[in-house]
Design a protein around this ligand. Structure first.
Ligand code: FE
Ligand code: FE
Ligand code: ZN
Length: 275
């Protein structure tokens, strides 16, 4: 069964998001765990989490994806920023245990001139501090566009992080179609080749979610500017090929396109019809 949804505003809680995604034709959704600029999160509303779990069961929402604030940087040169990232992620994962069995995605980080290797070491160290054997959430590294000093625009970099994590069974990868294009992977003309490469370097078994975004920029631009489906350099057919691919079709797909709710509703409807 196709799992498709979009990024939603988290305000109002889990149950409200569940109702919202169903109302626009989706069956999964992504949300920021807190203000994307990184502020504090509200106290966990246990009743909301319980009500949502019942709603998700009844309405066929198989999985949801939490997204860490994109400012979280576990490989900053500033130890206080690294410490903040560690505490924020640990707190987010504690909260996710109220809706167990779901996914938590984060941008690996920016090494800000310290070098990719130093960045990789710090990100892995952070994960080794945070991950717990009893946790029921899978933590995903997102494939990045390679803007500035971002770590994770090459599959090899994600592999190196994973290799250093002790509780590897808690880890996965989320592939973003805009980001991989901007990083230089040719999913327009050679999706099979890119996935073969991913499989060789990381292993397709690690892939747990897909962000389906068109891109404003050409391949290899290292920009990270998302575009509406069909209005960018990837095109609707590329997105559909991703969704239909044998290696990917069971994964949940999330739109992070520049849209309000009505635009997401149109894109979900269009993709479901064309699929
Ligand atoms: Fe992201
Ligand atoms: Fe993304
Ligand atoms: Zn992006």
């Amino acid at each position: 069964m196709l799992k498709i949804g979009c990024h939603l505003s988290a305000s109002g809680g889990f149950l409200r998001m569940g109702k919202e995604i169903v109302s626009i034709g989706g069956n999964t959704f992504q949300f920021f765990t807190r203000n994307p600029r990184g502020g504090s999160a509200k106290a966990v509303d246990e009743k909301d989490a319980t009500d949502f779990r019942a709603f998700a069961e009844k309405n066929g929402i198989p999985v949801i994806l939490a997204h860490a604030p994109y400012t979280l940087n576990g490989c900053s040169a500033d130890p206080s920023i690294r410490d903040f990232a560690t505490r924020t992620m640990a707190d987010d994962l504690m909260r996710m245990e109220y809706v167990p069995g779901n996914l938590y995605n984060f941008h690996p980080g920016s090494h800000v001139g310290q070098g990719i290797e130093a960045g990789i070491e710090m990100i892995a160290e952070m994960l080794n501090t945070i991950l717990k054997p009893e946790q029921q959430t899978t933590v995903l590294l997102e494939t990045m566009a390679g803007k500035g000093s971002e770590v994770g625009s090459r599959f090899e970099e994600l592999r190196e992080i994973l290799d250093r994590v002790k509780l590897q069974e808690k880890m996965g990868v989320c592939m973003d179609t805009c980001h991989v294009n901007d990083a230089g992977y040719d999913i327009v003309n050679d999706l099979d080749g890119v996935l073969t490469e991913f499989d060789k370097v990381i292993g397709l078994g690690r892939l747990k979610a897909i962000h389906i975004n068109d891109s404003k920029n050409p391949i290899g631009a290292h920009k990270d500017r998302h575009e509406k489906i069909g209005e960018g350099t990837l095109g609707t057919e590329t997105i559909l090929r991703v969704m239909r691919h044998d290696a990917l079709k069971e994964l949940p797909f999330y739109l992070e396109t520049p849209n309000e709710l009505d635009g997401y509703e149109r894109e979900i409807k269009m993709l479901k019809e064309m699929y």
